[in-house]
Design a binder for this molecule. Structure first.
Ligand code: BG6
Length: 496
C-alpha cells in the first residue's frame, strides 16, 4: 500500500529546498517556454535547486518528443557557448511528461487531473502543483475555468499541498479587461494562489534596489526631492519583434512593457521602506506608491506620452495600416511628500541603439556649464552595477574639477554567474514566496494610471512617430524630457 506523505508536515529545514512539486506548463512549445522556461529549468537542475521530487508536465495537443524539447536547451547552451551537462539533460528527460489534451477544452482537464494523480500515486507523494500559463492571454479564460471545474485548484488529492497559478503578462488589455481577468481568476483561485510573473522584478540588480536604498543609510537619507532632481527609467532593446508578429501587433510597447516592467521598476525605485521583509509589506508599499502616481488625464495624453514605431515594422507584421507602437515614453509625477515636483520619465522601445535597462537618478548639483551632470545609475542589464558620478579635483596646480565615477560592478565583486530572472521566478514560486509577483491591486492601479493613454492610442487619436532602426527612438521623446529640464542621456562614461 502506498503511504502518502503530507509535505505540510515536513520539518522546517526542508524549506531551503522547495517541497515536492509538479510544474504544469501550458504552452510548452511556445516562445516563452523555449526562450526562458526550459533553459531556466535546466540551469536549476545543474545548480541543484529543484525539489528532490519534481516533475514537469507539458500540455500539448500532439505528442512531442522529449528529444525535441531538449534540443531547444542544447541550442540555447550553444548560443551561450556553454558545454552541455549530459547528466542534467538526462535528469530533465526523466522529469518530463507530456499530457495530451486541448487546453482550450474545459472537459480535457479531466485528463490532466488523471495524469497528475497518477504521477503522485507512482511516487507515493502529495505534491504542490504549479500551473504555468505560458500562453497568449486570449486563451487564459478556458484554462482557468478548466482547472477550477476539475478541482485542480485544490492541491494534491490526498493532502494539504497547494495549487499555484503563474501567469504571464499582459494581465488584460486595458482597465476593464484587467478587472474582468481578476474576477475570472478569483472564481477559481484565491489571490494568494496567483503569481503574476514580471521577470524584470526578478533580475538580479532589480532585486538589489531595495537593499541598496535601505541598507545604506547614506542613500536612504538623500532619497527624495531635496537631492534628486528627476528620475529616468529606460528599457531599450535592439531586437524588433522577432517571430511574435501576431501577438505583438495586438499589444504594443505600452501594454507589453510600460504597464508592467517599467511601473514595477518605478515602484522599487521610489516606494517607502516596507515594514518588514514579507511579501505582504512589500505589496502594501507598492500599492501605496502607485496610488500616489497621478493618472495621466485625457487632455494630458498628447503632452505626457510619446508613441513611436520603428521603420519597417508595418512590412514586418504584414499590416501596412498598423498603428501599433514599438516605442512608448511617459512623463509621470508622484504626488507624495517625498517626490512631489520630481519629474519621472519612463521609456521603452524596440529596435533601438543598445540593449540597456537602467534607472538614472539625476542629483541636484552645482556643476558649471559644460560639465557632465551628477547621476546615480542603477544598471539592471547588461553589465549589472551601480555607478555614481562625483565631482573631483583634477590633478594639477590650476584647481580644476572633473567628473569621476564610483562603481560597484557585479562581475568584479561576485565570482559566480548571476542566476537568470526566470530561475528566480521558478524558485520563488516553488517556495511559495510571492514577493516577486505583483498583486491584483498593483496591476489594476497600473492600468488606471495609463488608461487614458491606452484608450487614446487604441482609437488612434495619436499616430505613432516613425523612428529609425538603431536610433534612440522618436524625436518627441527627447522633447518630453527637455520640457522639464531633463535628459535621457546619462553621460556616464562607462557603467561596469
Ligand atoms: C518581455 C516582453 O516581457 O520582455 C518582450 O514581452 C521583451 O517584448 C522581453 O523582448 C525582454 O526581456 P529581457 O529579459 O530579454 O530583457
Amino acid at each position: 500500500m502506498l503511504v502518502y506523505i503530507d509535505m505540510k508536515q515536513a520539518d522546517s529545514d526542508r524549506k531551503l529546498k522547495p517541497e515536492p512539486c509538479i510544474l504544469i506548463i501550458a504552452g510548452i512549445t511556445g516562445n516563452l517556454a523555449k526562450k526562458y522556461l526550459l533553459p531556466a529549468l535546466y540551469d536549476l537542475i545543474v545548480a541543484d535547486m529543484l525539489p528532490d521530487n519534481f516533475k514537469i508536465v507539458g500540455l500539448s495537443r500532439r505528442d512531442i518528443e522529449t528529444a525535441d524539447l531538449l534540443r531547444i536547451i542544447e541550442d540555447d547552451l550553444g548560443n551561450k557557448r556553454q558545454k552541455v551537462n549530459k547528466k542534467a539533460l538526462l535528469k530533465m528527460t526523466e522529469m518530463l511528461h507530456i499530457c495530451l489534451m486541448n487546453i482550450s477544452k474545459p472537459q480535457d482537464y479531466k485528463i490532466l487531473r488523471e495524469d497528475l494523480d497518477k504521477i503522485e500515486d507512482d511516487l507515493g507523494l502529495c505534491m504542490h502543483r504549479l500551473y504555468y500559463l505560458a500562453i497568449p492571454p486570449q486563451i487564459f479564460g478556458p484554462v482557468i475555468d478548466g482547472l477550477g471545474t476539475f478541482g485542480l485548484n485544490k492541491g494534491c488529492q490526498h493532502g494539504s499541498t497547494e495549487s499555484r497559478l503563474l501567469l504571464e503578462k499582459p494581465f488584460g488589455f486595458d482597465l476593464a479587461s484587467a478587472k474582468e481577468l481578476v474576477g475570472r481568476l478569483n472564481n477559481s483561485f484565491s489571490e494568494d494562489q496567483i503569481y503574476r510573473v514580471d521577470h524584470y522584478l526578478a533580475k538580479e540588480n532589480a532585486q538589489n534596489i531595495l537593499t541598496f536604498r535601505f541598507e545604506n543609510p547614506l542613500f536612504s537619507r538623500i532619497w527624495d526631492r531635496n537631492s534628486i532632481e528627476y528620475i529616468t527609467i529606460t528599457a531599450a532593446e535592439t531586437i524588433g519583434i522577432e517571430d511574435r508578429a501576431d501577438f505583438y501587433d495586438q499589444i504594443g510597447a505600452l501594454r507589453d512593457f510600460v504597464q508592467s516592467h517599467l511601473l514595477q521598476l518605478l515602484c522599487l525605485a521610489t516606494i517607502e521602506e516596507p515594514a518588514d521583509r514579507s511579501a505582504e509589506s512589500l505589496h502594501k508599499e507598492k500599492v501605496k506608491l502607485l496610488n500616489s502616481v497621478a493618472v495621466i488625464k485625457q487632455d494630458e495624453v498628447a503632452s505626457r506620452a510619446v508613441r513611436g514605431q520603428y521603420e519597417g515594422y508595418a512590412a514586418e507584421v504584414g499590416n501596412p495600416k498598423t498603428t501599433t507602437e514599438t516605442f512608448a515614453a511617459l512623463r509621470l509625477q508622484i504626488d507624495n511628500e517625498r517626490w512631489r515636483g520630481v519629474p519621472i520619465l519612463l521609456r521603452h522601445g524596440k529596435a533601438m541603439t543598445d540593449k540597456i535597462t537602467e534607472i538614472n537618478f539625476k542629483l541636484h548639483d552645482r556643476l558649471k556649464a559644460g560639465h557632465p551632470p551628477s547621476i546615480l545609475t542603477i544598471r539592471i542589464q547588461p553589465d549589472e552595477g551601480i555607478v555614481l558620478s562625483l565631482v573631483a579635483k583634477k590633478p594639477g596646480f590650476d584647481s580644476q574639477t572633473q567628473t569621476a565615477q564610483m562603481q560597484f560592478c557585479y562581475d568584479q565583486h561576485f565570482a559566480d554567474a548571476l542566476p537568470n530572472a526566470y530561475e528566480y521566478v521558478l524558485v520563488d514560486a516553488l517556495r511559495g514566496d510571492r514577493g516577486l509577483f505583483p498583486t491584483a491591486d498593483e496591476v489594476i492601479r497600473s492600468w488606471e494610471i495609463i488608461e487614458n493613454v491606452v484608450q487614446a492610442w487604441t482609437h488612434n487619436e495619436h499616430k505613432p512617430e516613425i523612428y529609425e532602426v538603431g536610433s534612440q527612438g522618436p524625436e518627441s521623446a527627447k522633447k518630453l524630457a527637455m520640457e522639464v529640464g531633463a535628459s535621457w542621456e546619462t553621460h556616464q562614461l562607462k557603467v561596469c
